[in-house]
Design a binder for this molecule. Sequence first.
Ligand SMILES: [Zn+2]
Length: 285
Amino acid sequence: MTTQDYLPLNHGMIPPPGETGAEFWFVVRDQAILISLNSPIPLVPPLCDIATLQPHLQHPRYIGALRGIPCRAAPLSDTVALPEGFGFRDLRTLLGSIDEELFLMAGRAIQIVNWAASHRFCGRCGAPTVEQSDERAMRCPACGHLYYPRLSPAIIVAIVRSGRLLLALNARTKTGMRSVLAGYLEPGESFESCVKREVLEEVRLQVENIRYFGSQPWPFPDALMVAFTADYSAGEIEVDGAEIIEAGWYAPDNLPENLPGRGSVSRKLIEWFVEKFGGDSVSQS
Ligand SMILES: [Zn+2]
């Protein structure tokens, strides 16, 4: 669904030869990224705009190029004051308001910075780790164990029954938003078996004709959403009451008002449903 040709080879760790001049700096604090507040759209700054921060940007890492411009990521301690006109914005609040490639690179920056910060010591033997120069990994010199950035695959699925879409209210959703079902993979599970298990666990339904739809990095903090469509095959809705507290079938012209935000793969699944089964209500909110 999204092109990621901004990532060069070699794990995006080594700048291509000849790259000089402007660079984007993805300055990270927890799950937030530093942006310029003086622009109508959120912008990630070049280093010259945040020169006063440079002494505090420890361990900057090259993370790839955006439209040919090299990008570096570095953490910034929360004790350092920010230059005028800059602020941290939680990445989640930027989804849909910045272009997709910038969002993906910001998510990549946050994941790599936070991975490096949380793997400074070996989890097996406790020795300090050493960052590798030829792959994105931390290696323990004492026991040899390698630590790679963690990705947590998850499924998300649009289930259709007679031209109506299953939408559910998750217990953790504070806004009342209805969405399609989603869940993390268990060790040893295929995507297809995860779809079947999650749907059965959460709403007691069985599905068939599971088809790949697309995928989206979801760096909150480290998920990779893999989206599917599926047809209802058996059962009646019975929510689990723990994760899902309400679920129902919705016609394309009668969708709930509160849907997932633009830019999310869940929204794209709902837009796919509306396009395939008629109606235009989703495009108005
Ligand atoms: Zn070790």
